[in-house]
Design a protein around this ligand. Sequence first.
Ligand SMILES: Nc1nc2c(ncn2[C@@H]2O[C@H](COP(=O)(O)OP(=O)(O)OP(=O)(O)O)[C@@H](O)[C@H]2O)c(=O)[nH]1
Ligand SMILES: [Mg+2]
Length: 426
Amino acid sequence: MSAERDLLNIDLEDEDKKHKMKRIVPTPNSYFLDVQCSRCSMISIVFSHSQTIFKCPKCQTVLARPSGGKATISPKCNKKTKKKKKKLERDREINDELDREKEEMEQEIKLLVLGTGDSGKTTFIKQIQILYKEGFTENDKKLYRNVIRNNLLSHAKILVNACRNLDIPMESSNEEIAEEIIEIPEVKNGKIEVEQYEMIQALWSDSALKHAYERRSEFQLPDTADYYLDDVERIMDDEFTPNTRDILNCRIPTSGVRLLNFNIDGIPWRVVDVGGQRSERRKWIHQFDNVTTLIYVVAVSEYNQKLYEKDGINRLDESLVLFTKTINNKFFKKKNCVILFNKYDLFSEKIKIQDLKVCFPKYKGGKNVEKASKYIKNVFYKAGKNRKRRLYHQFTVGTQTSDIEKVFEIVDKAVANEIKKLGGRL
Ligand SMILES: Nc1nc2c(ncn2[C@@H]2O[C@H](COP(=O)(O)OP(=O)(O)OP(=O)(O)O)[C@@H](O)[C@H]2O)c(=O)[nH]1
Ligand SMILES: [Mg+2]
């Protein structure tokens, strides 16, 4: 008699169809569950009706105890539902991603650029964009065109107001124009009417505005105002596209934090730009981790100017106080720092007319560029000196690319020294 089925060679697929899935333990209704340890957070699989004490394999905390029926899960040890488990997995993935990013960041050279508002930090970053990246895109240029045209309008308004506040009379024919200019709101798409440009031109050729411009240390006017006011015709042209110099001279106060990644000889660098005005400085702390070298920008030409944010405070004084506080912060106590004594072009012109004594009463070098520069350098070095780090410096004109190229030779030295201090690792 032939067997209907070959019991020695069962067809598993066939067999599967005949039997329903059976519970391993038919009763009671038991299952496995994930339990998170309250001490070390490790998750273990626990049998719901465990008949022995179940301990966390990592830290030996008791996770579950037998109770005759369903095991009792220890208080504070969380049972993980499917939903919670998914969330946990997601959190773990995010954490892994963050760890990976952190590891990458630890392998790159990070420069943090600090300094008071208007000192030239963003200009330094723009120069990196020119030197180590592809410069400015068409989109950047469009954006800057709008900003430059609005800047032009706002410079004219500031000067008109200054004439009024400083009692400098304008030509009578310009009084009416001045009235109109003040009323023009900020333009959205950079489109200023031809008549409005002509009004700006007429006002700028008035000796009153030039006189107010000479007295600009008594009010707030961007340093590059004359650069644009001298070139109204080109800027008003429909075809106007800003060139590199126009963009370097353009002023947009930074709000928040801006990062720029670039490569030098295959090594990744990251430079961090922050806003320097008082209200921006509380955001700085979030950038203090993993800094390789600090770049501190001081506008030396500000020695006779007052702070934009608070009247009565000398800008160079503010920069020195901020430098002292920052460099002695626990994050930077052992970090090398490169100080850029910026706006040297404006400084060397100004010092011929106004003594550095207005800012440093003890200074005795007179209206001498070299002596005044050396004095400022010494004051900053004295504030930042300690045996655990090196200070480097350079007098710069931030808008000149060749100056910033030289700065990078110094930054290179500071970074190399930092890496050496850390035994070759970042
Ligand atoms: N004449 C002259 N102008 C400079 C120099 N460096 C920067 N500027 C100009 O100074 C203005 C301010 O420069 P920014 O780089 O925007 O200053 P910042 O430090 O980033 O300012 P915040 O973003 O407000 O902190 C811009 O109009 C620049 O073109 C310099 O060395 N000489
Ligand atoms: Mg800026």
